[in-house]
Design a protein around this ligand. Structure first.
Ligand code: AP5
Ligand code: MG
Length: 188
């Protein structure tokens, strides 16, 4: 099983590139953000617990997000591989992820970090926010808060994979095709 973590700040292109990787390599894709938005849209108990965090641009509690990944993995045992988009986002999530995968005899193969400067991130999300309908895209304050949360709590997760020799940085600025080519080179 090939397990790729797509990593980077809000708006760096995780969702965009995950879709391309999925098609090219026939992998499954899970975005924890999309799962959470689905739970909120369906007004489930889990969604109600998550709503306040996601709308404010804060991280949802580790335990709830880890449960989402554990149940995803339990129901995708026989796939060729997975792209994890937006997970793990804290060191505690990365450690739990390693444990859960190890119990299955699996591991993360590569973490690809897409490097994009902050002003470009804000520009991209504001543009998308015009029609995405995402509550956390609507105001520049919330967008900037998401980037701050990323810098304070998530950026450090790169060290976790760097120590394991699994970290690859790619320049996330350029056309979507250019970035995709760089990611394919990094994954090979
Ligand atoms: P999540 O859904 O993961 O959102 P995010 O990390 O803020 O990132 P985005 O989805 O906004 O951006 P992206 O990197 O996918 O970029 P995209 O391809 O869309 O998380 C949302 C929230 O859920 C979190 O804030 C948190 O509350 C919660 N959450 C999720 N996971 C969690 C976890 N593990 N733990 C705790 N809480 C969690 O691209 C952005 C835009 O740019 C698009 O319009 C795209 O068309 C455009 N674009 C893409 N590539 C390029 C390019 N090369 N050039 C120009 N434009 C481009
Ligand atoms: Mg996304």
């Amino acid at each position: 099983m090939l397990n790729i973590v797509l990593f980077g700040a809000p708006g760096c292109g995780k969702g965009t590139q995950a879709q391309r990787l999925r098609e090219k390599f026939n992998l499954n894709h899970i975005s924890t953000g999309e799962v959470i938005r689905g739970e909120i849209a369906n007004d489930t108990e889990l969604g109600r617990k998550m709503k306040g965090y996601i709308e404010a641009g804060q991280l949802a509690p580790d335990s709830l997000v880890i449960d989402i990944i554990a149940s995803y993995l339990a129901s995708h045992r026989d796939v060729k591989g997975n792209i994890f988009d937006g997970f793990p986002r804290t060191t505690a999530q990365a450690e739990a992820f390693d444990r859960i995968l190890a119990e299955m005899g699996e591991k993360v193969d590569t973490m690809v970090y897409m490097d994009v400067p902050e002003e470009e991130l804000v520009r991209r999300i504001l543009l998308r926010g015009k029609d995405s309908g995402r509550a956390d895209d609507a105001s520049e304050d919330v967008i900037r808060n998401r980037i701050e949360v990323y810098n304070a709590q998530t950026a450090v997760v790169a060290d976790h994979y760097s120590k394991q020799g699994k970290y690859a940085r790619v320049d996330g600025v350029g056309t979507m095709d250019e970035v995709f080519d760089r990611i394919c080179d990094a994954v090979k």
